[in-house]
Design a protein around this ligand. Sequence first.
Ligand code: GLU
Length: 404
Amino acid sequence: MTNDTLSIETERFLSRRVLRVQESPTLQITTLAKKMSADGHDVVSLSAGEPDFPTPDFVCDAAIDAIKHGFTRYTAVAGIPDLRKAVCEKFKRDNGLHYSPDEILVAGGGKQAIQNAILALCDEGDEVIIPAPYWVSFPEMVKIADATPVIVQTTIEQKFKLTPEQLADAITPRTKMLIFNSPSNPTGAMYSEQEIRALMNVLSGKDIFVISDEMYDQLVYGEVAHFSPAQISDLRERVIVSNALSKTYSMTGWRVGYIAAAKWIIDAAAKLQSQMSSHTSSISQKAAAAALMGNQEIVFNMRDEFKRRRDFLHRELSKVQGITCTLPEGAFYLFPSVEGLLGKTFGGTTLQSSVDVADFLLKKHLVATVPGDAFGTPGYLRLSYAASMAELEKAALRIQKAFA
Ligand code: GLU
């Protein structure tokens, strides 16, 4: 039986839902890079948004304590009281947001937290506006909820930021939600308070919800201060703020994320979670509470190091003819245009698309990146600079050599 026959035969058994969703390309490419490394290739992986730092010691200690003290059983679905309280403290301290613990839902990573919120609010026929470039999971999560992603393309000229005019044009009577993400994955772009107020003004008086993915709120490099749409008091009831421990505390594998929203939204999302995964690990929850309540100096140190890496990789990429790179203000990604490389031949390979560029870099020069296509914007590449400086130096040299 050929693979094709196999897929046609099995496909008819699968739900329409799973057939219309695509696998996370960031995780797919990262898995491929890991496999190539395991097979003995010296691959530099700039594909996943995963900090190379170890999880801080005091956070690991809190987890070890949890295990030693038998904190290994079911917890409340929405999270342990300590952690829900710690999340409220974090919002107050870092974001000027005031929530009570019953307005917080802890989930198995930012991904699950966002998916819960979308599932709780969206139905078939609902439209969800997503500015592109977008994080790979947003449109797929909307499709999982049977709703329709409405992609609005932004350009490098507008610094990849949605304008109020674009938002107004995208709204229809079916619009249920906007997914907003500042600092952005994949571009690192940040919206100023003024820009966010102008955008949110468009939603005023409308029954449109906003998921504000603030995963990178602490990874901001100076120029623009982080601002949350939930800080606009008229809008607070319609905004679902999502965040996680993964990037800020280098805790990707612990799977702790959370949303803050009006209690009725949290209750609905928790109801779904109670039937799907119950809650994230009791041990991870103890560790997360320790991370949020502990000395935040570790976060500032990691941020300073990311800034150094951003400046380095930006400088080195900008030396390559055919690559145009804006300096991002937050997160840990560069999103350069590679359009200047298209149609050209390097080492016998002609590059026709950003997928070709990413493929060429991985297969011929052992640097894993993600093509802009995965984020809804072909012609670009995403490079994560959450890798060590030594790896970044190696990657920069290889990229320069590849396009010399
Ligand atoms: N959020 C990270 C990224 O964009 C992790 C991978 C994923 O969850 O898709 O690389």
